[in-house]
Write a protein that binds this ligand. Sequence first.
Ligand code: GLY
Ligand code: MN
Length: 357
Amino acid sequence: MNTKKYLEEANVDSILIYNGSNEDLNFYYFTRLLEGGIFEGSFAVLTDDGIKVITSILEEESAKKGKHEVLLYRTASEREELLRKALKGSNTIGVNYNALSVRDFEKLKKILGERDYKDISEKLGEWRMIKDEEEINLIREAGKIASEVADIMPNFMKEGIREYELAARLGYEMFKRGAEDFAFTTIMAFGEHSAEPHYLSGDRKLKKGDFVLMDFGARYHHYNSDTTRTFVFGRASEKQKNMYYTVLEAQKLGISMIREGVNGKDVDIEVKKFIDSTEFKGRMIHSTGHGLGLAVHDHVGLSSQMDLILKEGMVVTVEPGVYIPGFGGVRIEDDVLVKKDGAEVLTFAKKDELIEV
Ligand code: GLY
Ligand code: MN
């Protein structure tokens, strides 16, 4: 990795990323230590010489799988010594105010002494927005796992199953296909619960006529997918069908607008305009999508509240929904790679027909 670009753009002598009391995903972004290792209490130090990983002896084998120089400590004082050495001569040190706890930052300042500490959190966010090939392939794999699982989930829906049981099955099926973790806590919402966009799961039993909304993702080598599918258990009513096909059309409209140069804000505006032209006016109560990567909500995406000019290499979700309290909700979500002339959809579970289970 060419550290010069990062140091120049942030206008600092070095960058210090601390995976400390709070996890800092930028540790993985820079070191690409993506296949195992927890690296708690570890540092990534970027200088003109490249990247150094400062980590504990317990992570030695994991750290050696990477491409960067690894400096190992056994004790706190060894760790401090390595840190001081790695940052010798750095006057301006870029740090991430988004992740550093106040306590960790105070400790670091004590170790490193009088320097100019500069918050580079905004720059980190910008760099992370554009994914390189390795990152895209990991999101692609995370998307494949989630899509395959979404397609088989109807097999496990039976009268009386509880939301948390079905969520557990979903997790098992993802892990069986290579997921190393959930991207986030699964939303498994039956019936009226599907009207709550961020419901999690509970002991509600599945009964005929329920919507089954599942919003979930796989984490694969630290990169995430995020997909939502909505089914009906039993025969769908006309209202349920109308909701489903309205959301499907809105989602297809959103995806069709995505290409380099488009403002994410306009995608949200158009999607909502469409929903508002139907009987479900005002029932889409969140934005159309968000950036996706090492974090599930990686950066702003498709929101009428914010400008984001889409660029090739960004990955965003497209997830319109309509929600009717007491009745239920429908959301359909896919992950989309922005390209020069369009979009590549990275999640591919069936959606063109409302599935009645
Ligand atoms: N997957 C939940 C969300 O995007 O908010
Ligand atoms: Mn999402």
